[in-house]
Write a protein that binds this ligand. Structure first.
Ligand code: MSP
Length: 511
């Protein structure tokens, strides 16, 4: 059984922004953690390429939609590589495989008698690719998210019988483990309690989409098409693709990680579609919060969009990963503040973790011939050992609940306490007395060992920094042995050589 995790499939109307990097980094950290814990992981990401929004973007650029999609998809792939995203599948909704899965899925839904022709009238937001429920709430008929004019539509569309699944969806969302976090679940419960309405799944006069079989002039609604990307992504076949094969290759997803704005699609429409097709439901839908910049919503018109590539080249991926994963609690909105960013990186990574490694390694090299000292057993001091066992336990508990910020803070607290231990023990004073050698060996060994565990725990969150810590401790990670095994106390080898220390992360300057 594989652990299947997905990011949303990003619209290719533009290159990735900080919001898309954010979701993808969270999924990457979870995927790395699960792999380290011994699970087989299918980490799915990709792009959503059809629909009116993309058609118009391409036409405004004066290129055909496929060329535009190819260009932007390549930018996404390049970005994900630059950020070291360890995805297993990158799905494109313009691929042949996907098209064939959509067709097969549609036939299943049709067989369940869940498709009929009707008339769709309403106010549509092209940015959201969604009909808005209560446009009368907005006298200007603007989308509250995009602040753009809604468009009136009145056309013949195919409809999906969502209303038929009212009680099954109610049961599903009443299970507290399905939608997280809790506040988001309440919004959906409230929405569903008003009664589910059938929704249209085709468009007429929109050429940039997958054609509905046997119905002239209709293409699939972009969301009906895109959600199925999660299923086509796990197909292993290049030819003779079949829905059944994808299902057998790992469906259902264990977690769909998405932004809060697209929760309704994932937690209501998508499960109903799957029920209709006789497929298993995803186990969890996690709606994370939105990122703002210095307290303000980010937007092109505000001119304050943070380009993730500039952050990457200026500060490096480890700094950005740490800030986004450690400082923002998954589910809550988060604010990107330059001063806070610099302070956090300097305090946590350079001063607390970096210095701990640097000073202990320097002492050890100086007093023990460039080596790790002997692990002298002194019965009276197992403070750091006990503390490490607790740390590993709590870290895993939080990671398993997707509380990445709490897991990161546990590591930081461990580093703070290890520094405290060193300051209290003051080996630099003890070393002055010849007969304290065993005691000093014991202290330095304990601190180095504690630092090794900090490095290992950082692996899913900050893979590069973690490797640097490992290098400075003499490259101890043993890929043959499981991560869990290596997290046990006492694996640091006495008498192994300690390379010359260097700062593992550069201190950042304020803008
Ligand atoms: N194409 C659909 C998803 C289809 S999934 C089958 C889509 N794409 S999107 O590119 O517009 O959005 C992708 C994700 O980015 C969404 O989860 C959205 O919530 C997220 N974000 C967009 N702006 C964001 C922030 N400012 N902050 C955090 N996430 C944000 O929707």
């Amino acid at each position: 059984m594989s652990f299947v995790i997905t990011t949303p499939l990003y619209y290719v109307n533009d290159k990735p922004h900080l919001g898309s990097i954010y979701t993808t980094l969270i999924c990457d950290a979870i995927a790395r953690y699960k792999r380290l814990s011994g699970e087989d992981v299918i980490f799915i990401t990709g792009v959503d390429e059809h629909g009116l929004k993309i058609q118009r973007t391409a036409s405004n650029k004066g290129v055909d939609p496929q060329t535009h999609c190819d260009d932007i998809s390549n930018v996404f792939i390049k970005n994900w590589n630059d950020w070291d995203i360890t995805y297993n599948k990158f799905v494109r909704t313009t691929s042949k495989i996907h098209e064939s899965i959509v067709g097969e899925f549609y036939n299943r839904v049709k067989k369940s008698d869940d498709i009929y022709m009707g008339v769709q009238k309403g106010w549509y937001c092209v940015g959201c690719e969604e009909f808005k429920d209560n446009p009368e709430n907005s006298p200007t008929h603007k989308c509250p998210i995009h602040q753009k004019d809604l468009e009136w539509k009145n056309e013949e569309n195919l409809f999906f019988r969502l209303s038929k699944y009212q009680s099954q969806i109610e049961d599903l969302i009443n299970d507290p483990s399905f939608i997280q976090p809790k506040e988001r679940r309440n919004e959906i419960i409230n929405f569903v309690s008003k009664g589910l309405k059938d929704f249209s799944i085709s468009r007429t006069n929109l050429s940039w989409g997958i054609k509905v079989p046997e119905i002239e002039n209709h293409t699939f609604y972009v969301w009906f098409d895109a959600l199925l990307g999660y299923v086509s992504a796990i197909s292993k076949q290049m030819n003779n693709v079949s829905l059944e094969e994808s299902i057998n290759n790992g469906w259902p997803a264990d977690i769909h990680l998405i932004g809060k704005d697209i929760l309704r699609f994932h937690a209501v429409y998508w499960p109903a579609m799957l029920l209709s097709a006789g497929m298993k439901l995803p186990k969890k839908v996690y709606g994370h919060g939105f990122l703002t910049r210095e307290g303000q919503k980010m937007g092109k018109s505000l001119g304050n969009v943070l380009d993730p590539n500039i952050l990457l080249s200026k500060y490096g991926k480890e700094a950005v990963r740490w800030y986004l994963l450690k400082d923002i609690s998954l589910g809550s909105d988060g604010d990107f503040q330059n001063k806070r960013f610099v302070d956090i990186i300097n305090n946590d990574l350079a001063n607390t973790i970096g210095n701990l490694l640097n000073r202990t390694s320097s002492m050890s090299r100086k007093w023990f011939d460039n080596k790790v000292p002997n692990n002298v057993e002194l019965n009276n001091d197992n403070t750091l050992e006990q503390y490490s066992i607790e740390t590993v336990k709590n870290y895993k508990k939080h990671f398993n609940l997707y509380e990445l910020d709490l897991a990161a803070n546990i590591i930081l607290k461990h580093a703070i306490n290890t520094n405290l231990y060193l300051n209290q023990k003051q080996p630099w004073i003890l070393i002055k007395e010849e007969n304290n050698m065993n005691l000093v060996s014991n202290i330095i060994y304990n601190v180095l060992e504690s630092t090794r565990i900090i490095g290992l725990l950082l692996l899913p969150l900050l893979p590069d920094l973690s490797s640097k810590i490992d290098l400075q401790l003499g490259s101890l990670y043993n890929k043959e042995k499981s991560w869990n095994e290596q997290l046990k106390w006492g694996k640091l080898k006495s008498m192994s050589i300690l390379p010359k220390p260097y700062p593992i992360i550069d201190k950042l300057e304020y803008e």
